[in-house]
Design a binder for this molecule. Structure first.
Ligand SMILES: N[C@@H](CCC(=O)N[C@@H](CS)C(=O)NCC(=O)O)C(=O)O
Length: 190
């Protein structure tokens, strides 16, 4: 049995939800109130953060690690390319998203003075990389999609200066696993 310790607002949890949905895996959800999180969460993740995934005896935090675990444990349908070089580029993209887009998003959401500039810089970079990174659906896209969806639908950030990202976002929103996230984010914004 798979259990996901989850928070709907959390884009890192959204990554895991999308991978679980793409792979058609059944799982239980335990919703964590991050404003009043239970003490036992620290036993599952010493950092006290979500997502945490349990799969039988395994207890695993960190969204990027969880995505890779799910890919290896449940390989179909594949969300990593077959070629080792291509797989390495997907991992590189995930690393870049974590270090750049994630931080810029939170700076913007907090209202930091440089939040908007950092986000613009980051999205411009992704826009230029879009052709290379976005040619095939993979964990790399699942890694950044939750932030784009939240920027557009929750924070009202204008994505029109990034047409390649917008086009790809629109395409991907037709996938049921991604469309389910749109419903979750729409409920958050009400
Ligand atoms: N590097 C972690 C980040 C997870 C994370 O920051 N989750 C947030 C919710 S979006 C959280 O649990 N925050 C609680 C806190 O920072 O104390 C991952 O990729 O899973």
């Amino acid at each position: 049995m798979i259990t996901l310790y989850d928070a709907e607002r959390c884009p890192y949890c959204a990554r895991v939800r999308i991978v679980l949905a793409e792979k058609g895996l059944e799982y239980e959800t335990v919703v964590i109130d991050l404003a009043d999180r239970p003490a036992w969460l620290y036993e599952k993740n010493p950092l006290g953060k979500v997502p945490v995934l349990e799969d039988d005896a395994l207890c695993l935090p960190e969204s990027a690690v969880i995505m890779e675990y799910l890919e290896e444990r449940y390989p179909e349908p594949a969300l990593l390319p077959a070629d080792p070089a291509d797989r390495a580029l997907v991992r590189l993209a995930i690393e870049r998203f974590d270090n750049a887009l994630g931080d810029a998003y939170y700076a913007f959401r907090r209202g930091d003075d440089d939040g908007s500039d950092r986000l613009t810089h980051c999205l411009s970079f992704f826009e230029r990389q879009a052709e290379r990174w976005l040619e095939r659906y993979s964990l790399a896209e699942i890694a950044y999609l939750p932030w784009l969806i939240r920027l557009r639908d929750l924070l009202g950030f204008d994505l029109t200066p990034y047409p390649a990202l917008v086009e790809r976002l629109d395409q991907l929103c037709e996938r049921p696993a991604v469309a389910a996230e749109l419903v979750i984010v729409a409920a958050l914004s009400q």
